[in-house]
Design a protein around this ligand. Sequence first.
Ligand SMILES: [Zn+2]
Length: 456
Amino acid sequence: MAPRTAPAVSANAAAVNSTFDRELEERFLRYVRLDTQSDEKSTTSPSTEKQFHLLRLLADELKAIGAEDVRLTGYGAVLATIPAMHQADGPTIALLAHVDTAPQFSGTDVKPIVHRRYRGDEIVLPDAPGVMLSPELFPYLATKVGEDIVTASGTTLLGADDKAGVAIVMTVAHHLLQNLNLPHGRIRIAFTPDEEIGRGVHPDLPEDLNADIAYTLDGADLGEIIYETFSADRADVHVQGVAIHPGHAKDKLVNALHMAAKIVDTLPHITLTPETTSGREGFIHLYEMSGTAAAANLKFILRDFELDGLREHGELLQQVCAALQAGEPRAPITCTITKQYRNMRYWLEDDMRPVELARDACRRLGIAPISPPIRGGTDGSRLTEQGVPTPNLFTGMQNIHGPQEWVSIQDMARATFVCIELVKLWSSATRETAVAHHTDERKAPLDAEVPPDWSG
Ligand SMILES: [Zn+2]
């Protein structure tokens, strides 16, 4: 492709109607129309065949804009390279976005609607007139007056999570490949499947990605640079009751369901649950319970920002099981705790440059950077653990996983500018000083490959 004059990246980038708006909108509207819902019950990778529709399209588009080494892996990741420009020694930076949408809400036949130059009033979705978007309910919407807001029509999610990220990464790639004067190191592009079911980082991805630093474009509000996530364990409790015909059960039957119910009842209800905690508080969350009088299973996720807290939640659950066991030795109770993922801060605080440079990029564009800790994990949690520090950057997506999902095209444009500024900033960094790897207890490897559960 012939190089073209670069649109100026300046402090005005945060203003509306940037040079990227139309490209972002055109890409975004096309991508959200493709159903790419992932399926946690599937055992294949990617979990659903339909994700390939968008993955193949993105591979073709990357080739068309001149990206190199474009490859669609068997596990459903599209990878590509933008060669270094006037800077060969710097670290390789990767930009990632995920193509799948959440299993919780329909992503079939998405009809995106552009509410151009939003006036600040209520937005009614035509296919579900009861579903309303109002600036009173969603204060962030009130800050978007004058911008182009995209919603779905009321019966599906929009899929801004994470097709806003996909459109941003594609637009950044296109811009870098068109503007050969812009200095940057080697850039890797990755579109991944199955993030919503916690399987976005295939075991081969870190090596296939072959990058020093990565950023996921999967954050929400303007200026978000996320580098603190939960640390996460899973706990599986099994109660083996004593089964016997109820007619002959006197003094013999031990009902596993009653035992399971006692465990749940003994655990704290008004503290330490997701519905009673916020901010930096952790929790013990029972998310599945099944069984018969003969045997019962309880599935928990344990979450905390600090490992001490996480350990305490696990110990509390084990103590509750042990106390029940002491009262009923005939019914064996086991409580197995498995590591899921760890707060990426434990690694990033060794070298905060991936975060600091992203903050600098925001500030240069007049955007105030914010770093709220997020009560969940991202693909970046797993990538960071595996040696590729991966903070998460804003895209503008709001009210994700439901019919009220929306995004501002101008927020997506701001994220595009931030990425371009960021790769420029990295171009003057040296690779030697890039992230030092220390070992400490918090960074102990996972016991086994357990799919993390981002729903927590
Ligand atoms: Zn997402």
